[in-house]
Ligand binder design. Structure first.
Ligand code: GDP
Length: 444
């Protein structure tokens, strides 16, 4: 999980203060020392750490904080706010051209994830109703054009290319003309990368910039390279000028130093984060949500958004009605499980829930839970429709058949049926509470 080490240490540091009725300047100093170490270990830029500590300390030792009723909570609030300031403060959205096509020029070193991210971005924007065109301008790496074509093919997004014999500037210009005549809303130009920054690359990118005047230049950097990612961002910004950063591979970055340093060092915001290899693993970057995640306050908003994406509102209402009227069946149970699965891997979802901190998450064996879910699913799928709608008919011989059909044991089948009964009981209880005027879903 991203920020795992930092999360654990920061939470540990603030936990010591949390419940304290009295907090002294010494307590704050001690906590700040721990936070400083945690940030440095997470590979946050040294200057950024110094600045951050100075700001938090100054605010935290103020009389109004130390003498407040909940000094510990106040200090945590300050740490939270300053983390947000470090990465934001606000969300930085993509800019669209007043007149289409909007042109995004994707730049970055080889291997940073530029081509994949170009595809992810096209995918995301298409979901928002836009018509994107991907443009292959990396004429040096032999497989680059093919790679973009494969990505485009998977997404059903058009790819413009002129092979590797044409100058990238001419390709970019021709692509924009093509986009204009074919009514594309946006053009995403995948430019060439190198292993290291060199003058020739910068000159080429400058030339493309001059001739196509992109709406935004987005730099793709690999967060796992830590402070190198920050240095690369600084150089690209100085030499070329960038509008925003897309931080990739955050799913594999346990330290998170780049995410916390880029904005302060370069002055340019992180606009998106790459959270996996799949073409829908790109998320807008929200500094406030990230700060909450780091402090173990959870990321309820992202969780709700994921749920909204996965759950169909009409179905949800129908489900609510069934729960209320005690008509919830194993069939519905199965559907629920499948929807939860659509939200993504279990550990990702759990990590967004407040109170589940990094440590607790490690203690839960999510792989086991996922296996358990899969077993539940297999068992319910081995039942007939009639059995799903009325589990009371599932006698001994039926249980045996279901176990054999799902490759499980009769005990496993019993477990599913028992869980289902318990769930129903709980629903009834909640419903009864609702009827008695307490707030519950049965009272709507
Ligand atoms: P390019 O050379 O900059 O165009 O990089 P590619 O797009 O070819 O990506 C390099 C590798 O990084 C590929 O294996 C991608 O699947 C992988 N990658 C890109 N973004 C992410 C991400 O957000 N998470 C993970 N885990 N892998 C990524």
């Amino acid at each position: 999980m991203v920020f795992e080490g930092l999360s654990n240490k920061l939470q540990e540091a603030v936990r010591k203060l949390k419940g304290k009725g009295r907090v002294t300047e010494k307590d704050v100093k001690e906590m700040m020392r721990e936070i400083k170490l945690a940030l440095l270990e997470a590979d946050v830029n040294f200057k950024v750490v110094k600045d951050f500590i100075a700001k938090v300390s100054e605010r935290a030792v103020g009389q109004d904080v130390l003498e407040s009723l909940t000094p510990g909570q106040q200090v945590i609030k300050i740490v939270h706010e300053e983390l947000i300031n470090l990465m934001g403060p606000g969300q930085s959205k993509l800019v669209f051209a007043p007149k289409p096509p909007t042109v995004y020029m994707m730049v970055g070193l080889q291997g940073s994830g530029k081509t994949t991210t170009s595809g992810k971005l096209a995918n995301l924007l298409r979901k928002q109703g836009k018509k994107p065109l991907l443009v292959a301008c990396d004429v040096y790496r032999p497989a680059a054009i093919k790679q973009l074509q494969v990505v485009g093919g998977q997404l059903g997004v058009d790819v413009f290319s002129m092979g590797d014999k044409t100058n990238p500037i001419d390709i970019a210009k021709a692509a924009i003309e093509h986009a204009k005549s074919k009514q594309y809303d946006l053009v995403i130009i995948d430019t060439a990368g190198r292993l290291h920054i060199d003058e020739a690359l910068m000159d080429e990118l400058k030339n493309i910039k001059e001739s196509v005047r992109p709406t935004e230049i987005l730099l793709v950097v690999d967060s796992m390279t830590g402070q190198d990612a920050v240095n690369v961002s600084e150089t690209f910004n100085e030499k070329l000028g960038i509008d925003g950063v897309i931080l990739t591979k955050l799913d594999g970055d346990t330290r998170g130093g780049a995410a916390l340093s880029v904005k302060t060092v370069t002055g340019k915001p992180i606009k998106f984060i790459g959270m996996g290899e799949k073409l829908n693993d790109l998320e807008p970057f929200f500094p406030d949500r990230m700060a909450s995640r780091i402090l173990g306050m959870g990321d309820v908003l992202s969780l709700i958004e994921k749920a909204q994406e996965a759950f169909d509102e009409k179905k949800a209402l129908e489900l609510e009605r069934k729960m209320r009227t005690q008509q919830f069946t194993l069939e519905d149970f199965l559907e629920q499980m499948q929807q939860i699965k659509k939200m993504g891997p279990l550990n990702k979802i759990l990590g967004m829930i407040p109170g589940i901190n990094a440590e607790a998450l490690n203690a839960i064996n999510t792989a086991d839970s996922e296996k358990e879910l899969a077993r539940f699913e297999a068992i319910i799928k081995s039942m007939t429709k009639q059995e799903r709608n009325d589990p009371s008919i599932i006698n001994g011989s039926r249980r045996k058949r279901i176990a054999a059909g799902s490759g499980t044991k009769v005990q496993d089948v019993n477990k599913v049926l028992k869980s289902f009964e318990e769930m129903k009981k709980m629903m009834k209880l909640m419903n009864d509470l609702g009827k008695h005027g307490k707030k519950g879903f049965g009272n709507k």
